[in-house]
Design a protein. Structure first.
Length: 212
């Protein structure tokens, strides 16, 4: 039986270079893998968890902080493309899947970033980034976001999320008072109201989500 593998990429927040890597199921095994930028100023970490999930810590090109994603091995190794975004800007920061799909997603991300720079009337990536922002300001609900994303992506993989256009692809973003699941195609949404990690734990038992 062939060893499963997935291509992975992220953009360094320091130099703007896109870093590509190849992760095999065997190499991930029981140890952390690190994908570092050649500039030496950023790195993406992939760590297997005790409950056989995969935790990814990726630096954000806009926040200059790390975003964390916990996904199943099936999502990591078997899906054509998995994208993880910054919950504040909705800009993708992690790309996992088939090489061609990852390349296309990175190309689109580059265009989106160039448009953002133009729209904000700045000249460099550095000018988009906050000068002084601590962890509490960047992700005040990081643990909650982690939990909700895990639930949503598991339901998405099992086909238990639906929206008016039935796209099958959904993402998350912060919204006042909670976290919003949305469809990039028809813009339908579903809102999770959550003020703390303990308050959000009840969502682990959600069996399906319908966006409207």
């Amino acid at each position: 039986m062939a060893t499963k593998h997935a291509h992975i990429a992220y953009r360094c927040p320091e130099c703007g270079t896109v870093i590509f890597g190849l992760v095999s199921e065997f190499a991930l095994g029981a140890s952390m893998l690190r994908l570092k930028c050649d500039c030496g100023k950023s790195a993406l970490d992939i760590t297997p968890t005790r409950d056989k999930k995969i935790r990814i810590s990726v630096p954000c090109v806009l926040c200059r902080d790390n975003h964390n994603f916990v996904i199943s091995p099936a999502l990591f190794f078997e899906r054509d493309i998995f994208l993880g975004g910054c919950p504040y800007s909705n800009l993708d920061v992690i790309f996992i899947g088939d090489k061609d799909k990852v390349d296309l997603a990175v190309e689109k991300n580059t265009k989106d970033l160039e448009k953002l720079i133009k729209d904000m009337e700045v000249e460099t990536l550095e000018e988009l980034q906050p000068e002084d922002m601590d962890e509490d300001e960047v992700l005040p609900d990081a643990q909650v976001y982690d939990l909700i994303r895990f639930v949503v992506k598991d339901l998405e993989a099992e086909g238990r999320i639906d929206c008016p256009c039935h796209s099958g692809n959904y993402d998350l973003r912060y919204a006042p008072g909670g976290i919003q699941v949305f469809c990039p195609e028809c813009e339908a949404t579903y809102f999770f109201s959550c003020a703390s990690a303990s308050a959000a734990e009840e969502y682990v038992t959600v069996e399906e989500i319908k966006l409207s």
